[in-house]
Design a protein around this ligand. Structure first.
Ligand code: DQA
Length: 158
């Protein structure tokens, strides 16, 4: 099973930016931990971070046929980007959205995620541990999708 981990703008500044909100861990440290636990479960992760909306749209499009699902923190683009929402809907892969902070506890403009409408679900407010929770949820969804596909193939072959 292969999963694309897509990180939006300013998440490359984790460990430096607003530590009282996002904590002390860097993005590389978060990714190392995710990689270690994913490997134990036979899951391969592909990491991508960009500060540019179009690059994130491109990366989502490239996910089609190359990965089984998408774990995404669109960061500030969550609240603004119809383009990222549309790209997620276009590829129609199992997707889980993660936010490190609890967006519902913050400024009003953060309390709506446009992109979340294209995700199976959202994990918000559990710090970097949210990425692990997101991975667990996503691997479960992908396993269910694969099981249904296998069943359909078996029925078609009958
Ligand atoms: C964030 C929340 C967003 O509102 C913010 O713009 C971010 C990070 C989070 O992970 O908590 O950059 O997505």
């Amino acid at each position: 099973m292969k999963i694309a981990v897509i990180q939006g703008p300013n998440l490359n500044m984790l460990g430096i930016r607003e530590q009282h909100i996002y904590g002390p861990m860097s993005l590389d440290q978060i990714h190392e931990q995710m990689k270690a636990s994913a490997e134990q479960n036979g899951v391969e992760l592909e990491f991508f971070q960009s500060n540019l909306e179009g690059e994130i749209v491109d990366r989502i499009q490239e996910s089609l046929g190359t990965v089984d699902g998408i774990l995404i923190n669109p960061a500030a683009f969550s609240h603004t980007s119809i383009a990222i929402k549309d790209a997620l809907s276009a590829v129609n892969l199992p997707t889980v959205e993660v936010h490190i902070s609890n967006i519902y506890k913050r400024e009003e403009f953060r309390q709506k995620s446009i992109t979340a409408a294209s995700a199976a679900g959202v994990i918000t407010g559990f710090g970097p541990f949210g990425y692990h929770m997101g991975l667990m949820a996503l691997t479960q969804i992908i396993s269910e999708v694969k099981a249904v596909e296998a069943q359909q193939q078996a029925q078609a072959a009958e």
